[in-house]
Ligand binder design. Sequence first.
Ligand code: URP
Ligand code: ZN
Ligand code: ZN
Ligand code: ZN
Length: 426
Amino acid sequence: SSTKLLIKGGTVVNAHHQEVADVYVEDGIIVAVKPDLKVTDDVKVIDATGKFVMPGGIDPHTHLAMEFMGTETIDDFFSGQAAALAGGTTMHIDFVIPVNGSLIAGLESYEEKAKKSCMDYGFHMAITKFDDSVSRDMEIMVKEKGINSFKFFLAYKGSLMVNDELLLEGLKQCKSLGALAMVHAENGDAVFEGQKRMIQLGITGPEGHALSRPPLLEGEATARAIRLAGFVNTPLYVVHVMSIDAMEEIAKARKSGQRVVGEPVVSGLVLDDSGLWDSDFATASKFVMSPPIRAAGHNKVLQGALSNGVLQLVGTDHCVFNSTQKAFGIDDFRKIPNGVNGIEERMHLVWDTMVESGQISVNDFVRVTSTECARIFNIYPRKGAIITGSDADIIILNPNSSFEINAQSHHSRTDTNVYEGRRGKL
Ligand code: URP
Ligand code: ZN
Ligand code: ZN
Ligand code: ZN
């Protein structure tokens, strides 16, 4: 027997269109979108009158069950996805980390981790070195494994970082495979220098994290990556755009006609660095991520860039450690595992910050949280749209509801929440 569902009377919102209509679903696939559909008695009916019916969120940037900085993120593919679903995100794309330089072994390990999954997911591949074997593995990823996006780290000197020579080789291979290059844009050599400087000055707390890697190092690496991608003539996707400096490089490149995509993350859009300066280590360390959450002002400008289309879609970089793990860096900020939560809060906070304030429309909300991600990563229109034939990844939002975000009630395994006290809608 098949599962039949009718979502009745809501405002169905796609990126380019909205109308009051019913959505009829059979076995997880949208079969019809039309006003006043008549159905038989065996169909489960959900009344969505006065509510928005939208494509489920797609988070383009997460790290579940990732081994990082001497520990492992506390959300795995089950708990992270459960949190995502609770917050209206129905698909995410995670980053496979190679094992001993092998992309194949890395993918095998992530396929194992992902067996706990309770929703749809995709993978990007991180490239942490480059040689003939990595080059061959990249081809296998694209041609046999359906992985078509590769992230290069210009930061994390000594572990994940690649230099310009390797980045260039990687960009060339992306171009020849028709794959999308992604970049973590911070100057890792300069960050290393900045960190030494802070320690020499006796600044060992979480504030040293931000001071050691200022916006100009993000701007420099963003500009460099954009120019190198331009030199190779291949598109570039800049992940976690956290500063005005980086955004302006993306704006300039796009204006000149270069194919560059900028992904802000929720933390950069809605938070500022004030938490990092809290004298309580547990409070301050939960805000440590890279690139750092910036001083007040960057967030507002990034919101504007999302609203005017300079930045295209919103991720989270969900990468969570509990306070015990964060405490590894109690006497040296360089040892605080980098990462903040967001997979559960992203939809709520984009709505609250961008739609409620009138900075984007409800259609744009769908575009930046779902459709654009599906389009860029080749899963549109199976995902990212409420149209006949698409997967029934559907969320219903009541614009008149309200609840408080906090660590007590969230579904992530982490014991803190950087969005404590903010509000969302159900
Ligand atoms: O602090 C962060 N962003 N942790 C996750 C790894 C990365 O650079 O995306
Ligand atoms: Zn339509
Ligand atoms: Zn990164
Ligand atoms: Zn990340």
